[in-house]
Structure formats: C-alpha cells, structure tokens
Design a binder for this molecule. Structure first.
Ligand code: FBP
Length: 549
C-alpha cells in the first residue's frame, strides 16, 4: 500500500517510555484496596479479585527471566487514537521478555473471542500500524461480554491457542466486563488472566487512578483545530453563526476541552444544564441573548459548541425519552403504529403520552418530533445521537430572535451554519501524547501479565510531566466499582466520570465565558504537530493540566 510522507516519518517514531518501564523492571505493591463504594456487595461478587493492591513498575537492577507465554488482545467499542500503539506496546514487551511468546488479536471486538475469529499478530503486521490511528489492525465491535456462555466459548479458543492472558482495550463498560471475566476465570481456576486498558475519546473513564482515557487528547486536538479554522473564517466573513456539535455520547468533556482550546462565543455543558434544571428554552434564550449582544456591537457572527449528549441532560426531555422508550416498546404500540405513516405515528404517540411529556414533544420542531417517535435502535430505544441538536438549537434560536426583533430587542442578522465533528477525530494519527501514553499502557499491560496479575487495568500517571517521569502500573478494577441500577437491576459498574462543575476545567471555562461571549477572543490551536519543539508537540490537554495543577 502506498504511504504518505507523514505516514512514513511517523512509522519511525519511537514512543517515549517512563523510566520505570525501560529495561529491567520490578514491581512495587501497595496496601490492599477497597472499592470506591458498596464495599460489601462488591467484595461478595468478586471474592477472587477484590482487595488486590495497587501496583507500580520501577527500575530494577537485574534483568529477570520470563517464561514464554501466549497473549490475546481485543479492541472494544468506539475507535480512539492510540489503540494500535497499545497493541504495539504489548507486542514489543512480550517479545522482549521472551521471543517465543505468541500474540493473537481477536477480530472485530469481543465478538471475535466468542466466535473464535482471530489472527496471530506478527512483527510484519505490527510494524504496519505503529503510531497510526484507527483500530483497523484487528477491528473493533460493541458485543458485550456479559454471559457465562460467552465466557465459556472464549475459554475454548483461549485453551486451543494456549493463551494465558487476555487484554481488553475499552471504555467503562468493557472494563467492567473485563473485571467480571477475570473473576469468572479466576473462580474456575481457568489459568487465564484478564487485563483492561482505559480507552475512549469521550474522556469519561477517569478517576483517582486513571488520569485520562486514551484518544481524548488526539480527538480534542483534531476538533479544536477545525473549530479554530471555522472561527478564523467566521471572523473573516463576519456573517455566519456556526453551530458545532461535538461527539461525546453522554459526558461533555470533549466540548469543554475544545472550548478551553478555542475560546468560542458559547459552549453548552450538559452537566450544567442538568444541575441547573434548564429547559431547552433556557438554553435557546441564553444563546439568543449572546447573539443579540454581539449584534448590538455589529458582530453578526460567532461559534456555539454543543455536546452530542445534550438533550438527554435536559430534565424535561429526559422524562419524555424515558416515557417514549417505555411506550414504544409495548406490543400495543407496535401493533398500533405498524404500517402507519410518520405523521400518523407521531399523532398516535402524542395521544398516548402524559400531558407534560406531550407538551415537551409539541414544543420541539416537527422534524425532531418525528425523529423521537420513529428512529429506534434494535432495543427499541430512541436514537438520541441521531438527533441533529445543532439544527434544533439554531432553528429555535432563529425563532426566538424573530420574536425579539418584533419586540424591538434585536436588530441584527442571523445566518446559521451547522457542523458535527466526531468521526473526523476518532481515528486521527495519535498525538505524541497519545502515542507515548498508549505505548506505555501496552507495556504496562504486558508487565502486569508477566507478574501474574488478573482483574487489573493498566495505568500510567503523572502524565503532565515529561514522559520519563510518568508512573506506570496497574489498578485492581474492583477498586473502581460501585453498584448502579442498569436495565432495572443493581449491577457492579465503573462509575462514569461526568464533567464536575466544581472541577478546575469547568471553573476555568465559567470564569471566562462571559468575556468570550461578547468579545471575539478566539484561539487557533492549529493542526497536531508531531515533530518540532516540545511546547508544540508534547502538550497534554488543558483539562488534564488544570485537573493535575
Ligand atoms: P466509546 O465510548 O465506545 O469509546 O465510543 C465513543 C463514541 O465515539 C461516542 O463519542 C459516540 O457517541 C459513539 O462512540 C458513536 O459510536 P458508533 O459510531 O458506534 O455509533
């Protein structure tokens, strides 16, 4: 396959490793751990993997001998830049420990383990993917590993390939499932270790032990570059308002980070909307107010950042979606709406909703009413991510401004344009931060395996410092679990990290947003730089800097 000049140069990049992972490595173990909450329940559910110590890798004076060992790897969920480097890190460390060890990739996500679809990862395959974005080396998928039948089917192929350890690279749910799998194999003394690795561009898998999930850095930098370009265009043409929706299924970390990097006129943060119990009209009134204030200064242009998950955080819409999910799952609904036109289904739905939810539905533009009533996922749930929130908001803002104009409160021009940035960033070539971080995570995972650990997640801390000073190790996944209601039952899960309104990143944004709204304070981060001075090439996100400051 033909390669671009950057692809070739990037393939030769040698990721930086923390001192603790270079050369001979020894293990420093901490005291036994407890889960973050619900200790008794979690301990009872995970008798074999509960209470394990935190682990840190530190330089050793002598090289030790490592037995040959076969290892498998799975990529789970949405793509995130750096996944290939995790795999490269595992491969290099595994082969360094013992060249006779073999490494297998299960294809297209956890389903590959269950269905016995795999490939042996050899040096020629690995070398093709060093420092590249995407998950195309082995593919990814969203099959959930939850059922004992799946664990047993997986065990068959693991035994056949003599695989003694499995690395699952995924988000909060996939790592929760990795923990359940580790416990299951430990309980039946299957002789298979399970190690997790924190991935997601959404940035919502983080806590006291995990500084950030990989991919967040590169994805945000990619979006921030394009937002900056749009802002430059907006400031040049001075005639458009750009409504920009940003990926992030539920948490608003991406929108917040992009706001900190680009200083837009408006950035909506879903967690604040929920905390302040704002309605869609409140959000619209706020944006229209900013548009009007800028128009009064002759500035009929601007940028609005909108997190993908916003409408599920608007309390009234959250209630409406809940009732819609319950209502449309009934046999009565299926029978009554079968073969009906879109408009007829919407009318049927309206007639069967509670009055408050009907009023909420009717307050939305007709197109969105249809999307809510008609677009269902295979489980019958509303496909919230398909709703074009950027268009919904700009349409409502346009209406509000027309009312304000009629009342003599606004005299400007409002021409909105729409964008959705998500897939543009999920497979970007990893920044130096993500390339280094992921390679260190993979190396840590291989060390956890070599040290007999199971039910751990590979971690790397202190990543705002130069890479040599990063601290690599492992955290028992049970330490991050708490009990939450999922699909009607209490389950052990890793707590999803939403934007904290008392956290330093949100506070930094909130302190400046009024200025950014009225004045034009745009920042232009430009494209990710892979080569050059360290202050442009090796910086982490503003979120991480503020959180770790
Ligand atoms: P993960 O949580 O699995 O990492 O996925 C994140 C994400 O990119 C979200 O931001 C987005 O809402 C979702 O995946 C889209 O996934 P898909 O392309 O499978 O619909």
């Amino acid at each position: 396959m033909e390669k671009s000049a950057l692809q070739k140069a990037r393939a030769a990049y040698q990721p930086k490793l923390p001192l603790g992972l270079r050369g001979a490595v020894s293990v420093k173990e901490g005291a036994p751990t407890e889960s973050v909450a619900d200790q008794a329940e979690i301990k009872a559910l995970f008798p074999n993997t509960y209470g394990l110590p935190l682990v840190e890798f530190v330089p050793a004076t002598e090289q030790r001998e490592y037995a040959a060992m076969n290892v498998g790897v799975i990529l789970s969920g949405g793509q995130a830049p750096g996944g290939h480097n995790v795999i490269c890190g595992i491969f290099d460390e595994l082969k360094r420990q013992n060249p006779a060890s073999r490494f297998y990739g299960f294809l297209m996500g956890p389903g590959g383990l269950v269905d016995h679809k795999y490939v042996e990862l050899t040096a020629d395959i690995i070398d093709e993917y060093r420092n590249t974005g995407g998950f195309d080396m082995i593919g990814s998928g969203r099959t959930k590993l939850e059922e004992p039948a799946q664990f047993e089917s997986g065990l068959e192929i693991l035994r056949k390939l003599d695989i003694k350890a499995l690395v699952i690279i995924g988000g909060d749910d996939s790592n929760t499932n990795a923990c359940v799998l580790a416990e299951y194999y430990a309980a039946k003394e299957a002789g298979v270790q399970v190690i997790g690795c924190p991935k997601t561009i959404d940035g919502d898998l983080k806590n006291d032990q995990i500084e950030t999930s990989f991919g967040f850095d590169t994805a945000c930098k990619t979006y921030a570059e394009v937002i900056g370009n749009i802002q430059r265009d907006a400031n040049s043409a001075r005639k458009y308002w750009h409504f920009i929706k940003l990926m992030g299924r539920s948490a608003s970390h991406i929108a917040l980070e992009c706001a900190l990097q680009t200083q837009p006129n408006v950035a909506i943060i879903s967690e604040e909307v929920e905390a302040k119990e704002q309605s869609l009209d409140d959000i619209v009134a706020y944006i229209a107010g900013v548009v009007a204030r800028r128009a009064a200064k002759g500035q009929n242009f601007g940028t609005v950042l909108i997190p993908e998950g916003l409408i599920e955080f608007v309390p009234a819409i959250k209630k409406l979606i809940k009732e819609l999910n319950d209502l449309l799952a009934t046999d009565e609904a299926v029978a009554a709406t079968d073969g009906k036109s879109g408009a007829e289904v919407v009318e049927w739905v309206k007639a069967h909703l509670q009055a408050a939810n009907r009023a909420t539905l009717e307050s939305l533009p007709a197109g969105v009413q249809k999307q809510l009533a008609l677009d269902r996922d295979p489980h019958g749930n509303v496909q919230v991510s398909l709703i074009e929130t950027e268009k919904l908001l700009s349409e409502m803002v346009g209406k509000k401004l027309a009312e304000m104009k009629a009342a003599g409160q606004y005299t400007g021009k409002f021409a909105p344009l729409h964008h959705f940035f998500g897939y543009e960033g999920r497979c970007a070539a990893p920044s130096n931060y993500d390339a280094d971080y992921c390679y260190a995570l993979g190396t840590s995972a291989a060390q956890l395996i070599a040290n007999g650990k199971t039910g751990y997640m590979a971690i790397v801390k202190n990543t705002t410092a130069p890479a040599a000073e990063w601290k690599a190790g492992g955290v028992p996944i049970t330490m991050m679990l708490n009990m939450e209601r999922r699909s009607g039952a209490m389950k052990p899960v890793i707590r999803k990290a939403l934007v904290r309104l008392d956290g330093a990143p949100f506070q930094a944004f909130a302190a400046q947003r009024e200025k950014w709204a009225e004045e034009t304070c745009y920042m232009y981060p430009g494209p990710i730089q892979y080569f050059g001075p360290t202050e442009v090439c090796d910086q982490c996100t503003a979120t991480l800097k503020l959180e770790q400051a």
